[in-house]
Design a protein around this ligand. Structure first.
Ligand code: SF4
Length: 233
């Protein structure tokens, strides 16, 4: 299976709101030999990446992510068709268990899926066109992703690095909500970047949040000790 279904404590919280979440976790940044996170060096998030949080701490999980990433890099068309099969399986499972299926493609990567077309039922389609009734969502550090279909919700991912601030401003100007990783709950202010702060740890259902707010997340995995400036506090 390419998709992991509710294996993350935060997406499990989404079940209380009626959602079942499938997440695709790949090997981030340059771990596979090809950079899947084009802004990671500028944001300095690669060392504190969530890739090492939760189940990602296990070597077996890291090996599986690397294998999936090599599949994505080397056999793109087959990979996308397998993703279609997995999303269909998620839809069936969610229906059986009375949940709304939702999909996050960049669990630990930052790929412009809106630009990836593959042959689906004899037609060149993106994954969003293949599933027009499914809500997709992601966090991204790419501030100029504008060609986004209606069923794909993006939250911009903040970093405190000085050289990254011009990209943050582009995202703010575009009205995106901004996810920010704070080191401790006690570091979380009521406003940040002149925007209202909302709790992002109660679920991963970002598409339900308003635009133009800061979504507060808490450092996990290696991020707890990050001193690069990516984590705030
Ligand atoms: S935090 Fe996001 S952009 Fe940064 S390395 Fe990890 S997956 Fe890539």
């Amino acid at each position: 299976m390419l998709l992991s279904i509710d294996t993350n404590s935060k997406t499990v919280k989404g079940q209380k709101q009626g959602y079942m979440t499938g997440i695709l976790y790949l090997a981030p940044f340059t771990l596979s030999g090809i950079n899947l996170c084009p802004m990671a060096e500028k944001a300095k998030c690669h060392k504190a990446c969530l890739n090492t949080a939760g189940r990602g701490a296990f070597n077996s999980i890291q090996r599986a992510r690397l294998k999936k990433t090599q599949y994505f890099n080397n056999e793109r068309e087959l990979f996308m068709l397998e993703l279609v099969r997995d999303i269909n399986a998620l839809i069936r499972k969610a229906k059986r268990e009375d949940f709304i299926p939702i999909v996050r493609l960049n669990g630990t990567s930052d790929i412009r899926y809106e630009n990836i077309k593959f042959n689906h039922n004899g037609k060149l389609s993106t994954i969003f066109e293949a599933f027009p009734d499914i809500q997709f969502y992601d966090y991204t550090k790419i501030s100029n992703r504008r060609n986004i279909p209606d069923n794909y919700d993006l939250t911009y991912s903040y970093s405190g690095i000085a050289g990254y601030q011009k990209y943050v401003q582009i995202a703010i100007n575009a009205g995106m909500r901004i996810a920010t990783v704070f080191r401790n709950r006690s570091d979380i202010p009521e406003t940040f970047l002149n925007m209202r702060v909302v709790d992002g740890d109660n679920s991963d259902l970002r598409h339900l949040d308003a635009h133009g707010v800061v979504v507060a997340l808490y450092a996990k995995g290696k991020a707890r000790n990050d001193m690069s400036g990516f984590v705030v506090g």
